[in-house]
Design a protein around this ligand. Structure first.
Ligand code: PMP
Length: 408
């Protein structure tokens, strides 16, 4: 039985897309880990921006430009407050988590040398692997992997054993997109700092469920994508401690990021502008703030509690299907169920579910090393949000049973 203080049917009224039909069926949207849906509040903010004050920011003296600048900077402060950063200039607007990680990976080029080591967890999204591999190629540093067990939990004793005075950087996700595992990031950060290493936590999958307090965590870098927290695509943030952001070189050169330019030499602007070359996604930044406003108006405690009930219900019902195996059974996890049924290819199950109006993700979820670890080509992943219903999980379970009957 699912009990919640949230009025889910009322919340669903805020999401126009949830009314749509797919293949003649009611849409059941279970691809929230890839992208969350957008509430009317955020859509209205986007329409308002383009209808009333669309202008370039930071450099115009005219009214529209100043309004847009004010709203953009207000959004930065909202995001600062949400993640409890010490200063708004520690929030760098980016195009998303991928861009944010690349800023840091690029910035460390002159800080690493041959013999240095960087540690990565075994359950990373490609965007938290590839930029660091490129960094290692540039610098000669070595990447080592923090292993995990079959439940999808990091082996923390192995992590502690890997740390040494050679370790310069540790990068790990807060929550795994493919398995749902919530990683013990406080312990990861403290242990890394004890050997003098910096830590980047990829918060892309945590932000929809957990409020990270970057000061309490004492994390050096934290990354977020707006499109997973009811905001638009193509925008996100890099949080960085001021001291680190001052040390890192800019990632891209261009307008907005300069103090003064001559043909002989350019000096850079201060934070956050040093990392924000060119015209940013102004409307996107404002809408990201609106997405956080919306989620906070519902309340993260209520969201987490309800999503856990959905997770428990889905896990129980799916496991009643003979031959179904769930990947990612960590004690501490968010509302993600990754599974396969016997030898059936995940893509085939996903295609049948789509015919029934159920949107799930199939494949390696940009985390091929996880699939290699479990020796599988991919999984079917259903990921839940606070606007999903228990009845929708029943539709998913019935669909998987049907797919199994058709494909076995
Ligand atoms: N890390 C994780 C854990 C993710 O789930 C994603 C998005 N799937 C990313 C990074 C990349 O985010 P984006 O595509 O928004 O840059």
């Amino acid at each position: 039985m699912i009990h919640t203080v949230l009025d889910i049917l009322k919340i669903r009224e805020d999401f126009p897309i949830l009314k749509r039909k797919v293949n003649g069926q009611n849409l059941v949207y279970f691809d929230n880990a890839a992208t969350s849906q957008t509430p009317k509040h955020v859509i209205d903010v986007i329409v308002d921006y383009y209808s009333n004050y669309n202008a370039n920011i930071h450099r115009g003296v005219h009214a529209l430009s100043q309004e847009a600048t004010d709203k953009y900077e207000e959004a930065r402060i909202k995001i600062q407050t949400h993640f409890n950063a010490a200063a708004s200039h520690e929030i760098i607007f980016t195009s998303g988590t991928t861009h944010a990680i690349n800023i840091v990976a690029n910035g460390f080029t002159s800080f690493l040398k041959k013999g240095d080591e960087v540690l990565v967890s075994a359950m990373e999204h490609h965007s938290n692997i590839v930029p660091w591999q490129m960094l290692c190629e540039r610098t000669g540093a070595t990447m080592k992997v923090i292993p995990m067990n079959l439940d999808g939990e990091l082996l923390m004793d192995k992590y502690h054993a890997l740390l040494s005075n050679k370790t310069k950087l540790v990068f790990c996700n807060h929550v795994s997109n493919a398995l749902g595992t919530i990683n013990p990031i406080q312990e990861i950060i403290e242990a890394a700092h004890a050997v003098g290493a910096a830590v980047l936590i990829d918060g892309a999958q945590a932000a929809p469920h957990i409020i990270a307090d970057v000061q309490a965590l004492d994390v050096d870098f934290y990354t977020v994508s707006a499109h997973k927290i009811c905001g638009p695509t193509g925008v996100g943030i890099l949080y960085g401690k001021e001291a680190w952001l001052n040390k890192l070189p800019p990632y891209q050169g261009g307008g907005e990021m300069i103090a003064e330019v001559t043909f002989e030499k350019t000096t850079y602007a201060g934070l956050p502008h040093k990392f924000e070359a060119g015209t940013p996604n102004i409307c996107g930044g404002i809408a990201m703030g609106a997405g956080l406003d919306y989620m906070n108006s519902i309340g993260f405690d209520a969201i987490t509690t309800y999503e856990h009930e959905l997770l428990a219900y889905a896990t129980e019902k799916l496991l009643e299907i003979e031959g179904l195996k769930i990947y990612g059974t960590a004690k501490n996890k968010t509302a993600v169920v990754s599974f396969n049924v016997g030898q059936i290819h995940p893509y085939d199950i996903g295609s049948i579910l789509d015919k029934l109006g159920v949107a799930v993700r199939t494949g390696h979820h940009c985390a091929q090393p996880i699939m290699d670890f479990f020796k599988i080509p991919g999984t079917v992943r259903a990921s839940f949000s606070f606007y999903n219903l228990k009845e929708e999980i029943d539709v998913l379970v019935a669909g998987v049973k049907r797919a199994k009957a058709m494909l076995s």
